[in-house]
Design a binder for this molecule. Structure first.
Ligand SMILES: NC(=O)c1ccc[n+]([C@@H]2O[C@H](COP(=O)([O-])OP(=O)(O)OC[C@H]3O[C@@H](n4cnc5c(N)ncnc54)[C@H](OP(=O)(O)O)[C@@H]3O)[C@@H](O)[C@H]2O)c1
Length: 285
């Protein structure tokens, strides 16, 4: 639906000829909108990496509400199916489906976008969550290539592939999972808790992602696409392949990160559009 309507005596139609509402005293009342007292159509979301960690807990949190249809985008179809059946076992009110894509395989991204277009016709929220903290045996250049391939380039291509579908939403939200380690300002603060954390290639890949998010925020304005970049906090997930080590470093629960993402989707962080946010505020770039 693109908001344009064609009046007849009784019904309002979108450009595709679908009935979107009724005309009462020259005013179009949108059928199914909460304003009109009808049943709102669920928001369509794509959530990358929803088989693990923050993505999994976010899918679970979203599925609790009938307001959402979550498309779980994972690189492994088997892991996606397993995660979906675990979440569905809790009889969620929302609906879920899966789609296979690997952010380093750009053809798989465009194929997924085509499938979402054919099935849903629009996208309300894209959560670019997939990421990796790699421990390549190679030198810094090799580590950078690997990190940028997943954490940066893959997310740029995701944005480009799904932007036309987001542009069709009346409330388009684009969310990037970044990190406090991406902040150049915090990198130089000796008293910051992450000062001694190394991970130069990961830091650089996420800093570049932040710049892409800022570019997407600027470009998205014309299409009504609003953008947030999120530091989920230090949480114990499969990132880096050692959950126990993360716990020993004081990592918290990814359920808390999921709530931060939910707060964006539910409009509770609309004052922080275009910023690098965390659960309690905003980081400097
Ligand atoms: N955990 C933290 O403390 C922390 C802190 C700051 C930022 N973050 C960010 O939060 C995001 C989520 O990470 P997490 O902590 O939840 O880690 P995680 O448990 O390892 O989850 C990462 C997800 O990304 C997926 N993924 C990795 N490479 C992919 C690829 N090439 N194509 C598609 N999917 C891919 C993984 O799929 P597989 O299961 O198939 O590998 C997994 O589902 C990441 O962007 C991470 O950088 C995490």
């Amino acid at each position: 639906m693109n908001g344009k309507s064609q009046r007849t005596e009784e019904c309002a139609y979108d450009d595709g000829g679908r009935v979107v509402g009724v005309v009462l005293d020259d005013v179009v009342v949108v059928v199914g909108s909460e304003d009109a007292g009808g049943v709102a159509e669920p928001r369509q979301l794509i959530l990358q990496g929803s088989n693990s960690g923050i993505g999994y807990d976010t899918a679970k949190a979203l599925a609790a509400s009938a307001s959402y249809h979550v498309i779980m985008a994972c690189r492994s179809a088997e892991k996606a199916a397993q995660a979906l059946s675990e979440i569905q076992a809790n009889s969620p009110n929302g609906s879920l489906s899966t789609i296979q894509l690997d952010v380093t395989d750009h053809a798989s991204i465009y194929q997924a976008a085509k499938m979402v277009d054919e099935e849903f016709g629009r996208l309300d929220t894209l959560i670019n969550n997939a990421g990796a903290l790699l421990k390549s045996e190679g030198g810094l250049a090799e580590q950078m290539r690997e990190a940028f391939e997943i954490n940066t380039i893959g997310q740029v291509i995701m944005t480009e592939a799904f932007r036309p579908l987001l542009a069709k939403s009346k409330d388009a939200r684009l969310i990037f999972l970044s990190s406090r380690l991406s902040s150049i300002s915090l990198r130089l603060q000796r008293d910051h808790q992450s000062y001694n954390a190394p991970f130069a290639s990961y830091r650089m890949s996420k800093a570049a992602l932040n710049m892409w998010a800022a570019c997407a925020a600027k470009e998205g304005k014309e299409q009504g696409i609003r953008v947030w970049t999120v530091d989920p906090g230090l949480v114990a997930t499969n990132l880096g392949g050692n959950k126990e080590a993360l716990k020993q470093m004081g990592a918290g629960s990814s359920e808390v990160s999921a709530q931060t993402i939910l707060s964006i989707i539910e409009g509770r962080r609309d004052t922080d559009i275009g910023k690098l946010i965390h659960k309690d505020g905003v980081h400097p770039w």
